[in-house]
Design a protein around this ligand. Structure first.
Ligand code: HEM
Ligand code: MTE
Ligand code: MO
Length: 467
């Protein structure tokens, strides 16, 4: 028996392209899986997400690998083992406000490290109707607070003359537990397409700033009722404050109209569970707001305070951001007070497979994506074109059926279509229709805005066809 060759994580990491060969690790073993990439039943692009690093975080998502025959396949490709001293201790810089942020899944495409903003890659986004927690997109404006469940309190401000509530987690568990499947989308989803048209200010999101989870918690209307609130003032707003704050102590905040908060049919939650687990730290542990059908920015995480106010939240993110403007408005002329805050989002859809720039086989092509609309509006149709929008075919809608007026979660869709003979390339386009017959605009030109929000033009993917 020869002793195994020993490699460092650094060396493994340098083998992450077909040119340098594809290495991965499992436990302390190192594998060269270059020859297996094209044989992978889950497709080459998914395997490549783990290139140069550990398989565990990916295999944890797909239990299909939890089988002896999968281990046997991998064993054939063993080239050595990791050096024991390689477990590099992470050096904590205490002056860094982000030093205590949680560890993230390596599949996430990071748009900004501090604060952490990342989206799942398109080939994983529509792999499951419910997005696995570790790859749910993350949009943080500030460092992630580290809250202790035992000492956590939610402060609910009562109406004048009434007592305010200070609720522990156990107190929240006493309210009826309500579960809803809800798609969350950031207003900046697909911003990068607006940037390509004309520069905007904001993070470069591709089409992955959207994800779906089953959320469970207390209904906001039940908690507000307990604090003595009624739906008297129809003009009032429910303001939320996060426990994340900037160096000046300013917390993240946002608000929604009281009418939505008090409507039991609107399913607004103070959620403490995400897909059957306590909320992960990045998604608001221990409690966040979930407002079905409404822009992500109002789903306040690490919730510290709820109050009913005559005016919208005075937070920067309610009043000076997350608003739409005419393409004619620039940073010299913008008047944030002139536009309403974004609440319900417009109809949206995007293609997740194939990816832009990919090469597809001639014969037949499978196109996959998601479609969703705000305000509980259901998706009634997704149209797909292979020729840039000259001719259209109707995609098949997968995923769960949507309830009328309460379509809080997306539909996944797919189309299997013959590749027209002789075609060297395809200009694939998708567009969705919701049950108010709202449609997506064909280009970003008429909807471009300086902040790059509400980007919902037809989604376009260009691919080459192998002859
Ligand atoms: C399926 C092996 C990496 C995602 C499979 C199957 C095998 C396999 C043998 C079929 C299992 C069965 O049906 O019994 C491997 C090996 C890998 C690897 C040896 C690394 C060298 C990955 C990675 C991902 C992934 C990194 C995700 C990012 C999937 C998915 C399927 C699958 C989604 C299911 C495909 C389907 O049934 O449609 N893999 N895999 N795999 N793999 Fe992997
Ligand atoms: N809540 C707090 N406290 N702090 C934040 O930075 N970001 C908001 C919202 N809630 C944010 C927050 C924005 S803009 C979005 S899109 C969603 O959280 C993202 O939720 P996720 O990270 O769970 O996907
Ligand atoms: Mo957002």
């Amino acid at each position: 028996e020869k002793s195994p060759r020993i490699y460092t994580r650094e060396e493994v990491k340098s083998h992450s392209s077909l040119e340098t060969r594809i290495w991965v690790t499992l436990g302390c073993e190192v594998f060269d899986v270059t020859e297996f990439v094209d044989l992978h039943p889950g497709g080459p692009s998914k395997l490549m997400l783990a290139a140069g690093g550990p398989l565990e975080p990916f295999w944890a998502l797909y239990a299909v690998h939890d089988q002896a025959h999968v281990r046997e396949i991998l064993a054939q490709y063993k080239v050595g083992e990791l050096s024991p001293e390689d477990k590099a201790p992470s050096t904590l810089k205490t002056s860094d406000p982000y030093a205590d942020d949680p560890v993230r899944h390596p599949a996430l495409k990071v748009n900004s490290q501090r604060p952490f903003n990342a989206e799942p890659p398109p080939e994983l986004l529509t792999e499951n109707y419910i997005t696995p927690n570790p790859i749910f997109f993350t949009r943080n404006h500030l460092p992630v607070p580290n809250l202790k469940p035992e000492t956590y309190r939610l402060h609910v401000v009562g109406p004048p003359g009434c007592q305010s509530l200070s609720l522990s987690l156990d107190d929240l568990y006493q309210f009826p537990k309500h579960e809803v499947t809800v798609t969350l989308q950031c207003a900046g989803n697909r911003r990068s397409e607006m940037t390509q048209f004309k520069e905007v200010k904001g993070l470069e999101w591709n089409a992955g700033a959207i994800s779906t989870a089953r959320w469970a918690g207390a209904r906001l209307c039940d908690v507000l009722a307990k604090a003595g609130h009624q739906l008297r003032e129809t003009e009032a707003h429910v303001c939320f404050e996060g426990l994340d704050s900037d160096p000046t102590g300013t917390a993240y905040g946002a608000s929604i109209p009281l009418a939505r908060a008090m409507d039991p049919e609107a399913d607004v939650l103070l959620a403490y569970e995400m897909n059957g687990q306590p909320l992960p730290r990045d998604h608001g542990f221990p409690v966040r707001v979930v407002v079905p059908g409404v822009v992500g920015a109002r789903h306040v995480k690490w919730l510290g305070k709820v109050s009913v106010e005559p005016e919208e939240s005075y937070s920067h993110w309610q009043r000076r951001d997350y608003k739409g403007f005419s393409p004619s408005v620039d940073w010299d002329t913008v008047d944030f007070d002139s536009a309403p805050s974004i609440q319900e989002l417009p109809v949206q859809s995007a293609i997740t497979e194939p990816k832009d720039g990919e090469t597809v086989q001639s014969g037949e092509v499978t196109i996959k994506g998601y479609a969703w609309s705000g305000g509980g509006r259901a998706i009634v149709r997704v149209d797909v074109s292979l020729d840039g929008g000259l001719t259209w075919q109707v995609a098949e809608l997968d995923g769960e059926e949507q309830r009328p007026r309460k379509a809080w979660a997306w539909r996944l869709w797919q189309l299997q279509a013959p590749v027209p003979a002789g075609k060297k390339e395809l200009n694939i386009v998708c567009k969705a229709v919701d049950d108010s017959y709202n449609v997506q605009p064909d280009t970003v030109a008429p909807i471009w805005n300086l902040r790059g929000v509400l980007s919902n033009a037809w989604h376009r993917v260009h691919v080459r066809v192998t002859p």
